[in-house]
Design a protein. Structure first.
Length: 175
């Protein structure tokens, strides 16, 4: 398990935020088309990520607060395999499916996502990642705050829940 300190935000001008980040000369990993299938679980969240760059089974726990927050993550990277998705869907049931296009950048241990999510719009996510406990929570918080300020993210921009939560809320409000 590793620790992230992270935030998700909806910005008025996401292109401006990406331009600011590009001035920092981040490593561009690529643009990924990702389908995240969320499964019904008793606690936390479990999703299967199927992308052109990233493939992973991800379990995570975090509070749904509209602020930067700690997330405890377990990640299993795998080769694409339809059988895994079928096993999870049949045994747990599908909660939600999120379809997004994601630009992925890194600066050291900090990962940046510029997301265009089907049915929801555009977001930026910043994840300060400590994979082995060598960085510490205080440093992760400091990194998040630095990039929050750099990208002009205000408290009003923060999103509390996951994309799956937002899609489910939108779906229930239309019903």
């Amino acid at each position: 398990m590793h620790i992230n300190f992270e935030f998700k935000a909806r910005l008025r001008d996401i292109a401006a935020a990406e331009k600011i980040l590009l001035q920092q000369k981040p490593l561009f990993v690529g643009e990924d088309h990702q389908t995240d299938t969320y499964f019904n679980v008793a606690n936390g969240r479990l999703k299967l990520r199927e992308g052109t760059i990233e493939h992973a089974l991800i379990f995570y726990e975090r509070t749904n607060t509209a602020a930067a927050k700690q997330s405890n993550v377990m990640l299993y990277q795998h080769k694409p395999d339809e059988a895994l998705k079928q096993i999870l869907a049949q045994s747990l049931g599908v909660k939600a499916v999120v379809d997004k296009r994601r630009k992925i950048y890194f600066i050291n241990n900090v990962k940046f996502h510029f997301d265009n999510v089907e049915g929801l719009g555009q977001f930026v996510e910043v994840e300060a990642i400590d994979k082995d406990g060598s960085i510490g929570l205080d440093k992760l918080k400091e990194q998040c705050l630095h990039y929050q300020n750099l990208l002009n993210v205000t408290a009003d921009d923060f999103m509390a829940g996951s994309y799956s939560d937002m899609l489910l809320a939108k779906k229930s409000s239309l019903a």
